[in-house]
Design a binder for this molecule. Structure first.
Ligand code: ARG
Length: 462
């Protein structure tokens, strides 16, 4: 019946078309060091269960050491005929130890629990790498804020002039977003510290192995999977990782978009360092913000990796299905992209020059001190509704006369409202407006200095 049918097909070997479709070794080879670490841990629990002698364990571990060295040197590589990294490394072990001993390692494990475990190990390592790169970027942004503690700039809502803010305050807003991304990575890592090894294909093992020992051996602080079906079938840890990396991409793209705008002739807020910008092949004068643009572009790719992965997982029945082989490339790509993007992005932010004069010239433009008039009136006892209306009339008068708020004459102020005495001028300057917003989180130099100190303390303990 079925068995003979399958047997016949195995005798023929897989078709070339199937081999090509099935192979993952060209992208899962990066899991090889983790697979070997898993094999060492598995060999030890086989010994613990009495399925290997002490001598066999020692020869097994020595064989795995040799295999690891050959993988590292490139002397041993997987081929398409191996299908995946797990099968390739089993072949490598068999070649080094012979079929008698080499053939004992597969007892009680499946590629299903193997891959679920190794994938967690790989992503946990890269969560730390990406977390470190984010800390570097935060360091560069903190440096930028620290170097410009008193530069005012136009704060915007709807991309329109809203109220003046400190440049350092604006930069630290991005640092806060990145801190949450870094925290997401740490919390994800804690949640992912569970080892599926020992789940077997889906049902666990009859061989008396100790999954908790494997978990401890491989650095999974929260032990082994409580449910072998979940251990082999769940990939929410991958989806969450893809979300966090996509979120990082989105946060970078928001900084990137501002850098691109700030770097235009029209804004002229910043100048990029030559080493972190590019030229044009035809226009000799061009200096382009390519790093920022690549960040903006790659954020789309990172979002795609997340949505593709969620689509793969949607409606998959338990437990393992081969669809799950599609789970690795998206997040491997997300790691690769962020790991090349973040260092370049950090370099760009660390080396850009700030055009203080230009920012300060524009800080009060667009009637951005109108709120200060309204709040000054409130302090004189005027209800805010009325104060808002009165300040609005000041703006209207300025627009009519083609002047700025501080150019209104005493007579013009008095005509708009008897409450608008010449003292209102005390708030009609940017640095007064900034200094007045001195509550926690506000844009006053004192409040921003306090925020900076908090951020630096947080970064120091991470
Ligand atoms: N390479 C597979 C993957 O990445 C793991 C192997 C499981 N294959 C199988 N036929 N059960 O998901």
């Amino acid at each position: 019946g079925d068995v003979r049918l399958w047997g016949g097909r195995f005798a023929d070997g897989p078709s070339e078309a199937l081999e090509k479709l099935s192979a993952s070794v060209h992208f899962d080879w990066r899991l090889a060091p983790y697979d070997i670490a898993g094999s060492r841990a598995h060999a030890r629990v086989l010994r613990g269960a009495g399925l290997l002698t002490e001598d066999e364990l020692e020869r097994m571990l020595a064989g795995l050491d040799r295999l690891e060295a050959d993988v590292a040197s490139g002397a041993f590589t997987g081929t398409i005929a191996d299908e995946d990294v797990h099968s390739a490394l089993e072949r490598g072990l068999l070649e080094r130890l012979g079929p008698e001993l080499g053939g004992k390692l597969r007892a009680g494990r499946s590629r299903n629990d193997q891959v679920a475990t190794l994938f967690r190990m790989y992503l946990r390592d890269h969560a730390r790498i990406i977390g470190g790169l984010i800390a570097d970027l935060q360091g560069a942004l903190v440096g930028l804020a620290e170097a410009h503690p008193d530069v005012a700039m136009p704060g915007r809502t709807h991309l329109q002039h809203a109220q003046p803010v400190l440049f350092a305050h604006h930069v630290l807003a991005h640092v806060q977003a990145l801190s949450r991304d870094a925290e997401r990575l740490r919390q994800w890592d804690e949640r992912t510290a569970v080892s599926p090894y020992g789940s077997g294909a889906l049902a666990g093992s009859s061989l008396g192995l100790d999954p908790q020992a494997v978990a401890a051996d491989l650095g999974f602080e929260r032990g082994s999977s409580a449910n072998s079906i979940d251990g082999t079938a769940s990939r929410d840890f991958v989806a969450e990782f893809a979300f966090i990396t996509a979120m990082i991409g989105v946060d970078l793209s928001r900084i990137a978009e501002e850098v691109i705008i700030w770097n235009t002739k029209e804004f002229s807020f910043v100048t990029l360092h030559d080493a972190f910008s590019t030229g044009s092949s035809i226009m000799p004068q061009k200096k382009n913000p390519d790093i920022a643009e690549l960040a903006r572009g790659k954020s789309g790719r990172l979002i795609g990796n997340l949505t593709g992965l969620l689509a793969t997982l949607k409606a998959l029945p338990l437990a393992y299905n081969r669809d799950l082989q599609e789970d690795k490339e998206p997040v491997f790509d997300s790691c690769d992209q962020l790991e090349v993007l973040l260092p370049a992005f950090t370099g760009m932010m660390a080396t850009l020059t700030v055009n203080r004069e230009r920012m300060e010239e524009l800080a009060p433009a667009g009637f951005s001190l109108a709120t200060d008039i309204a709040e000054w009136l409130v302090k004189q006892g005027v209800p805010f509704r009325v104060a808002h209306e009165t300040a609005g009339e000041c703006v209207k008068e300025c627009e009519r006369a083609g002047i700025e708020l501080d150019q209104l004459s005493d007579e013009q102020f008095a005509k708009i409202s008897p409450h608008l005495t010449p003292e209102v001028r005390t708030v009609l300057n940017v640095h007064g407006a900034l200094a007045s917003r001195d509550g926690r989180g506000g844009t006053a130099p004192s409040a921003v200095a306090a925020q900076l100190a908090e951020v630096k303390a947080d970064l120091a303990v991470q």
